[in-house]
Design a protein around this ligand. Structure first.
Ligand SMILES: Cc1ncc(C[n+]2csc(CCOP(=O)(O)OP(=O)(O)O)c2C)c(N)n1
Ligand code: SF4
Ligand SMILES: [Mg+2]
Length: 287
């Protein structure tokens, strides 16, 4: 579904993730791809590296464009065709959030995949609200001073059928979630962590390792939320300190021991929050 010869950097995890998403979604799918690395990978019209129709909206409008395509398909008897958004974190956490929230509130029937490389990578690796605390970007050269926004929980709070995180470093979990989301109807969001070789300062063959370490240290937990309340954590073991995840990337170079300890504490707090939400659904926790 994704042709070879596209314009991704060598070793790009976004291209690898998109290839698997597209393969699972199948040919009866229309893709909506706003400005982002994925739009470069998909190619400039009239050329395309995707074997399905692609619509490229403005950076703000992915979820609105996908809503319109969905309704046009329904009106012409093509309700079975999947509408798939492939958008970056800048176009999702920040610039497209208003349209995204509206589509979630209306429970529009689409699968929205956020290819989360934690920055505006296509335009030179500026920070987004998905960039984690202390990460260096071209617009935060001394390290970001605010934390990563929790998109999954924000959209889950709209009460939509399905939101989940996934990482290409845990492929069976990722493929299961794509299949599960595809089989559902209504608004579905998958946030895929896609380590960026260029923006994170990784070696060309370092993407998968970063994708695994992020989960194993708890910085990017794998979980899914059904109907806004039922939280399930999919990878429960934390087998590394955050410091090991930071060490494989140049975007955290020069961090002090104090900053590393603060980031570890923030990851620990995020993990506890997730455990409480999961327990609350099981009746073990009174909010
Ligand atoms: C409203 C608006 N602002 C800025 C841009 C310029 N722009 C194009 S792609 C891009 C980066 C998008 O970042 P993200 O969505 O995270 O995708 P990535 O490039 O990281 O894959 C920006 C800022 C634009 N197209 N529209
Ligand atoms: S800048 Fe990053 S996300 Fe974009 S194509 Fe290159 S490696 Fe992939
Ligand atoms: Mg991005």
């Amino acid at each position: 579904m994704l042709c070879s010869g596209h314009a991704a950097c060598p070793g790009c995890m976004e291209a690898l993730s998109a290839r698997h998403v597209l393969a699972r979604m199948g040919p009866d799918t229309i893709a909506v791809i706003p400005p982002s690395c994925m739009a470069i990978i998909a190619g400039p019209q009239p050329y395309s590296s995707l074997k399905i129709p692609v619509y490229q909206p403005t950076l703000e409008a992915s979820a609105a464009a996908a809503s319109g395509i969905r309704r046009a398909l329904n009106a012409t008897g093509r309700g079975q065709t999947q509408v798939l958004v492939l958008a970056g974190d800048g176009g999702t956490y920040d610039i497209g959030l208003q349209a995204l929230s509206s589509a979630a509130e209306r429970n529009e029937d689409m699968l929205y995949v956020c290819l989360d490389n934690e920055g505006y990578m296509n335009t030179g690796a500026q920070k987004s609200s998905s960039t984690p605390l202390y990460a260096r970007t071209s617009s935060t050269p001394a390290g970001k001073l605010s934390r990563k926004k929790n998109l999954t929980a924000i959209i889950a709070a709209h009460g939509v059928p399905y939101t989940a995180t996934a990482s290409v470093g845990f492929m069976p979990d990722m493929l299961r979630k794509i299949d599960k989301a595809k089989a559902m109807r209504g608004f579905r969001l998958l946030t895929l962590l896609v380590p960026c070789v260029d923006g994170w300062g990784l070696p060309d063959d370092g993407g998968l390792r970063a994708a695994r370490y992020a989960v194993e240290c708890g910085a990017f937990p794998l979980y899914e939320v059904e109907h806004g309340t039922r939280y399930t954590v999919n990878h429960r073991e934390r087998t590394r300190p955050v410091a090991e995840y930071l060490a494989v990337q140049k975007r955290y170079r020069g961090m002090s021991a104090d900053e590393t300890a603060r980031l570890q504490a923030e990851v620990d707090a995020g993990w506890d929050w997730l455990m409480r939400l999961e327990g609350r659904e099981a009746g073990q926790f009174a909010p």
